[in-house]
Design a protein around this ligand. Sequence first.
Ligand SMILES: [Zn+2]
Length: 469
Amino acid sequence: MQISFLGSTREVTGSCFMVQAEGLRFLVECGLFQGGRDADVKNHTFPAFDPESIDFVLLTHAHIDHSGLLPRLVTLGFRGPVYCTHATADLLAVMLPDAAFIQEKEAEWANYDRRKKDGALKEEVAPLYTVAQAHACLRRLQTVDYDQELRPHARVRVRFRDAGHILGSAIVEVWVESGDQTRKLVFSGDLGMPGRPVVNDPTPIDSGDYLIVESTYGNRLHKGMKETVDELAHAINDTLARKRGNVIIPAFAVGRTQEILYLLMDLVRQGRLPRNLAVFVDSPMASAATEITLKHQALLDPETRALLAWFRASPDAPYLRVTEDVEDSMALNKIRQGAIIISASGMCDAGRIKHHLKFNLPRPECTVVITGFQAQGTLGRQLVDGAKTVRIFREEVPVRADLYTLGGLSAHADRDALLAWLRHFRQPPRCAFVVHGEEETALGFAELMRARLGWTVEVPRPGARYNLA
Ligand SMILES: [Zn+2]
């Protein structure tokens, strides 16, 4: 039996692993490469194998860096099932067509630029995949419940366990029979940070012959939740009561938006924010993700279910408004004070958030609350780095609003939480493979695992293949 590491090797995107045994071949994850110079090339040259030869795909969760190349796999000939949880399938039904729409737009712009430059177009840029192809891919999804045994193949057993990262996210346990041996592989997917609202804590796993573990924050400790919540409460109270402006919160549509909503509602319930809080969610994707979250209430943690019950029953619950269309969204730009606007994208480089920043950044009485990681080169990063002016829709926009950066919200386990999760293994795996972390982080975390746990650890290079016997 062999495993090949086709993505998220010494980087954080493009998750994809191929397991092969005699007469059997399957993938775990099929993620899009994002950011970085050669992401485009990697996406367009994927896959380096025959898609028809794959029996099935196991998918840990809906994030595009884990799922975003599935439409390409299907378009190029994969005919088998893709197994994931119900909530993941619901999220993918929104996220994959949206990713395809972005690909189509990017190709259109690239062709427009080429035409402008060269007059005529020698070769059209084709999108990585189209919206129609994304919809075709969705038909390959087959859903599984957490903790149920799945038999995707006569010699393979699979179990999805709650990873506590986003709604429907899973750790995948796979037992593969090869010859007269059965080996258990554990794919951590992305592991959540214990104690965070909305989703449950990651399920402890106590055994496995081989472990493939993420390391996104393998070198960092997150700020405490208490100081993060205190800072959020202060930012909002100061803006609404003293400065009399608006609070703009750029947030990732899936996961982060729901977490922010939880924190706001909880602060109102505790009496730390005013009861008449007006909260607007202005992002079609965030609205869809929030709706899907409410549909899968059984997957939410007990604190969140209790809060939802309060929200429905209490006259003190704040006014929550989800914008329906562009007119609704534009109407928000007329509000001068008292609004809390949560919008995407989380890094401020696309989507409706750009309009809200354009209108509110120049006003000192307003506040922008950054709630997540801001990659190099994004508008969000410029703000975090203290830019005095930024360019939005080809206009110079002065930055006069206050800026808060909340460090404690993360959908990923930090270094100590990862180690604590690993310590649930009763025996060391034969080998643990560290993936889904920047090179330095992955190497550092592997070293830490060797030192603290005494395990055999590898940090695979792109395309590396290992024998699992
Ligand atoms: Zn993820």
